[in-house]
Design a protein around this ligand. Structure first.
Ligand SMILES: Nc1ncnc2c1ncn2[C@@H]1O[C@H](COP(=O)(O)OP(=O)(O)OP(=O)(O)O)[C@@H](O)[C@H]1O
Ligand SMILES: [Mg+2]
Length: 355
């Protein structure tokens, strides 16, 4: 018999692979309706960028066919409520997760990875913000092709900056406040105060993920962010060669430092290899091979993505042409990576905060 009780009983046999509990007791099943042989319900995911969507859908359909009625017509919809470990009263109230994109070495692709992570998460339906935390060398204005001064507004008695918005992604960069070619020549304390303002005095609103594009190295900006803001986790970007790995290890050590502990979500290898367009099966490992994997193994962090070298990626960045719709050869690699990141964040949010 197809009844709500029987369907729920069947669905309570379906285990969420990461959280290792069943979908019903996790409260992930909503809007269950039954009309004749048609069973319809919504699975409420912990992130719209869930890599396990299809797996869970198939498991639910199979459970209903096996345990309730093999003729049942099962329609599964998805929605999401992005989880957070943050409490109501903390700073940046509407921001559920803050993800820092870091590396030791400069030029390995942090800004490229941060930008395309924001785009990929947005594409999946998440509410996303991107803060260019590289005060000395902002890249976001170039990569998104925008350079306007953000508006100031008084909201609830506070003067707040309104982030610019492109394709639904909220953007802020010190570059928006400077003339092209102008340089920041501030000392440490001013830099720290600028980064605090960019976090606190901004109408970020309601965000599932705020991505921070960090400068290279391990300086004042990193320490300020790590010590004063509840960062959900950091991603370490590296290229495959040993000189990049050595600097990436330093970044990992910094995030583990007492007093500034930031959980590490994983490693992403950028510029992994090059495949010519006319020979897509051929891979040239220009910077060596397996560096990201090596770093991931020795630091016991998951390898969340391997992003090849694409001429179009460099061109899009230089020409400010990153868009949500571009059907580009590189968006597949970033979608996969973004789903892995969202999964790691959801996993962290599922266990009580320990660090
Ligand atoms: N996978 C890739 N394929 C092709 N070009 C890339 C790739 N990743 C990054 N680039 C290019 O390499 C250059 C450096 O990238 P990016 O600015 O993202 O690095 P970064 O780590 O943020 O640098 P910095 O340390 O200066 O902040 C840019 O010109 C960018 O377009
Ligand atoms: Mg950068």
């Amino acid at each position: 018999m197809i009844t709500k009780d029987n369907v729920l009983k069947a669905l309570s046999e379906v285990i969420e692979p990461d959280l290792r509990r069943d979908l019903v007791s996790l409260g992930m099943i909503e809007n269950l309706t039954i009309e004749g042989a048609t069973v319809q319900f919504t699975i409420v995911l912990t992130t719209p960028a869930c890599p396990l969507k299809d797996h869970m859908k198939n498991a639910c359909v199979n459970a209903i066919h096996l345990l309730v009625d093999k003729e049942a017509q099962v329609q599964v919809d998805f929605s999401s409520r992005v989880t957070t470990q943050r409490s109501e009263s903390s700073v940046l109230q509407g921001v559920r997760n803050i993800i820092a994109v870091a590396s030791g070495k400069g030029g390995v692709g942090k800004s490229t990875v941060a930008t395309n992570l924001a785009i990929a998460l947005r594409k999946e339906g998440a509410k996303v913000g991107l803060l260019d935390a590289d005060i000395y060398g902002p890249s976001i204005p170039t990569m998104f092709g925008i350079n306007e001064a953000p508006e100031m507004r008084t909201i609830d008695g506070r003067d707040l900056m309104i982030p610019l918005e492109k394709e639904g992604i909220k953007l802020l960069s010190i570059g928006f406040l400077m003339k092209p070619g102008q340089a920041v020549v501030w000392r440490g304390p001013m830099i720290s105060s600028a980064i605090r303002q960019f976090m606190n005095d901004v109408a970020w609103g309601d965000l599932d993920y705020l991505i921070l594009d960090l400068p290279p190295g391990t300086g004042d900006i990193h320490i300020t962010l790590a010590q004063q803001f509840p960062i959900t986790g950091a991603l370490i970007v590296t290229t495959p060669q040993e000189v990049a790995l050595a600097d990436a290890r330093k970044a990992i050590t910094m995030f583990k430092m007492a007093g500034a502990e930031v959980p590490l979500l994983g490693v992403v290898e950028n510029m992994s290899y090059f495949s010519p367009e006319d020979q897509p099966e051929k891979k040239y490992f220009l910077f060596g091979q397996g560096g990201g994997e090596k770093l991931s193994m020795e630091s016991e962090l998951p390898l969340l993505g391997e992003i090849p070298l694409y001429e179009q990626l460099r061109a899009s960045a230089d020409e400010g042409r990153f868009t949500l719709d571009s059907v580009s050869i590189y968006s597949e690699a970033f979608t996969k990576f973004a789903r892995n990141v969202a999964r790691q964040v959801a996993l962290r949010n599922a266990v009580p905060a320990s660090n």
